[in-house]
Ligand binder design. Structure first.
Ligand SMILES: C[S@@+](CC[C@H](N)C(=O)[O-])C[C@H]1O[C@@H](n2cnc3c(N)ncnc32)[C@H](O)[C@@H]1O
Length: 230
């Protein structure tokens, strides 16, 4: 029980610290630099990374259970992969996985955690992806990176870049916090509205399904899970 309390306290402190880091980084005109600071300051302690649950995201796992496409011979791309659990999950499901993050330390951490992994972990920025990734991926999983980009122009750039990476007939799964247009954006993470997500359709993708999910947490957290196809 004491351990649970410590873990909870550390996570709460971690969330407060990261909001402060994000605000300072934004003020200095750097929208994403604070991620590297956070990963480095953690010194390998997963409890200091608020989104690190050391297991694949249940919202992804549940969706995959109903995803009819076979993984055989297919390539998957994991966006803003953090400590790598979603990437490892997809690799175990049979995909040839590339996973990227803007943080060098996050990528090095994945490589230390999974030294024998089949996943190709690379440092990359969703705002400037390698041209060689164009139309290469049958499945792209984006979970919680868009919501950490502070403005619509950056998100639209990310959406355009991800749409470009999708192979013909491929699927893009987006998982993010959701809000109504008249709700305040608040502090990072910035939940997206359904209208904002139409940026993917403007890139020529088709929305296959849109789900509005409420976590059984208190206070309840609202997530959107959206499946697009090229
Ligand atoms: C909220 S975390 C989510 C991590 C992971 N997807 C998960 O669900 O645990 C957002 C991740 O996106 C990464 N990130 C932020 N901006 C990025 C960018 N421009 N390009 C690539 N990764 C980025 C961060 O370093 C961080 O690991």
């Amino acid at each position: 029980m004491a351990d649970t309390m410590d873990t909870h306290d550390e996570r709460t402190q971690g969330r407060a610290r990261l909001k402060q880091l994000a605000a300072e980084s934004l003020k200095s005109g750097d929208a994403t630099g604070w991620f590297e600071t956070l990963y480095q300051a953690a010194h390998g302690n997963e409890e200091a990374i608020p989104w690190a649950h050391l297991t694949a995201d249940p919202i992804l796992v549940e969706w995959m259970a109903g995803y009819p496409s076979s993984a055989e011979g297919k390539r998957a791309l994991v966006v803003g992969c953090g400590l790598g659990d979603d990437a490892e999950y997809l690799a175990h499901a049979g995909y040839a996985v590339t996973a990227f993050d803007i943080s060098q330390e996050a990528i090095a951490w994945c490589q230390r955690r999974f030294p024998d992994s089949a996943v190709r972990y690379v440092v990359a920025d969703v705002l400037a992806l390698p041209g060689a990734w164009s139309r290469q991926f049958d499945l792209i999983v984006e979970a919680y990176t868009l919501q950490s980009l502070p403005d619509e122009a950056l998100r639209a750039q990310a959406a355009a870049n991800l749409a470009q990476c999708l192979a013909p007939g491929g699927s893009l799964l987006v998982i993010c916090r959701g809000r109504e247009p008249d709700e305040a954006r608040g502090m990072m993470p910035w939940p997206l509205t359904r209208a904002e997500l139409a940026m993917f359709q403007r890139q020529g993708l088709r929305e296959v399904s849109f789900e509005d999910l409420r976590d059984p947490e208190e206070p309840s957290v609202r997530h959107f899970r959206v499946h697009y196809t090229a």
